[in-house]
Ligand binder design. Sequence first.
Ligand SMILES: Nc1ncnc2c1ncn2[C@@H]1O[C@H](COP(=O)(O)OP(=O)(O)O)[C@@H](O)[C@H]1O
Ligand SMILES: [Mg+2]
Length: 479
Amino acid sequence: MRIFKREQRSLFGEILDWMLTPLLLLWPISLALTWLVAQGLANKPFDRALVYNVQALAQQVRLGPDNKINFSLPQPASELLRADETDLVYYQVRGTRGEHLSGDRDLPAPPAEQDKGSSYEVQIRDDEMRGLEVRVAYTWISLDAKNQAPALVQVAETREKRSVLAAEIIKGVMLPQFALLPLAVLLVWLALVRGIKPLSELEERIRQRKPDDLSPLDDKAVPMEVAPLVVSVNELLERLKDSIVTQKRFLADAAHQLKTPLAGLRMQADLAQRSGSSEEDLKKSLQQIGRASVQATHTVNQLLSLARAEGGGTHLAQQSCDMVLLASEVLQDCLPRAMDKGLDLGYEGVDSGTLGAQVQGNATLLKEMLRNLVENAMLYTPSTPERQGVITVRVLVDPYSRALVMQVEDNGPGIPLPERDLVFQPFYRALGTNVDGSGLGLPIVKEIAQQHGATVSIDHAHQGSPPHGACFTLRFATT
Ligand SMILES: Nc1ncnc2c1ncn2[C@@H]1O[C@H](COP(=O)(O)OP(=O)(O)O)[C@@H](O)[C@H]1O
Ligand SMILES: [Mg+2]
């Protein structure tokens, strides 16, 4: 039974329900029990008087000289017996053959099957007489030794007095309960308010915090039951702190990356404006300005691309993308630049439409990922007449497990083992290359790969003598 119905479950209401419902259920049970006990209690004193009367009457039953039972009750005694303010009193004496000797004829006999008990032993039963409920005390009396059947003496009384007393007792017990019950509810309420107080205090402490205060909450200051909650909130705060630190660092790095080419731009512009600079100097400055602005544009584009990748996974359109088709599109885009640099850019692997070569995801992001890998390979792989740079893109499908693997391999310098994790961090750029870049390409690759359930790993293209070449492998999870 729910007393307090609420949309949102309240701990307070829940506990109150579970305490008050049993209390309210127990109450009628206690009422019934009280009623039963009161009945018993109310019978006791009047039963005793009834027993006493039966015993007094039994004393008057005598054995006459002719061995016949005789009974005589003086008129005043009979009147005394019947004198009662509230109840009607009946009596009856029967002889050994069950014949009526004295009193009210219509007082019912005790049930025949009942044990008669020893002589003068008084028994009590509930019965009905003249349409009224009566309480009857009776005894069997054996007067002679000749195995004669015993005589019967009964005294009956209506239940008026008893009912009044029982009602008095019930009233006496129940009335205080009416006062006690609301008091009990009030006490339970107060106890609950007190019990829940630490939670309100915790709430207050959290509310009073400064917006930038991510220090852990004190889990010793809360009740044991709430401590796990506080511990998990603290863990969340810890993670939040980490992520805020990472974001701040990212922002600082991004600002720095943008500042450098912009500062270069200004410096070159200043230089060009100086009086007396030759046409040669001017040309050089303009070249530098061009390079710096390309650099800044690239960084901004990469930043936007990373932001798109990070935010895009869930709400960009998902579709089935054929990775072979995507690869060929990227290769076509990159081919002119590869030819300019004298690079051999090619494709190996399964044909488009092969079962298993499809990835459920966003085509734009997947192309972005692949383009970053191919562009890196083109940037960092030198091509000389003696040793031509070769870049190979592969799409492979395991014929048994249908696992899809994509590779971008080059014969450039490769990436040494200690740097293979670092290159995936934003703005990390290996020293010693004179290539312009933002350090965001591989983080973009990793982000997009993660969103498509793929892992990226870096290996040497071959183990022989250097240059080892870099081989980036994307493994897509089989669905
Ligand atoms: N194919 C590759 N061969 C050698 N080094 C690479 C290759 N791809 C990436 N790297 C290294 O990883 C670093 C990070 O790459 P990336 O995140 O794309 O940033 P960026 O290209 O802007 O420098 C590069 O600076 C480069 O040193
Ligand atoms: Mg790059």
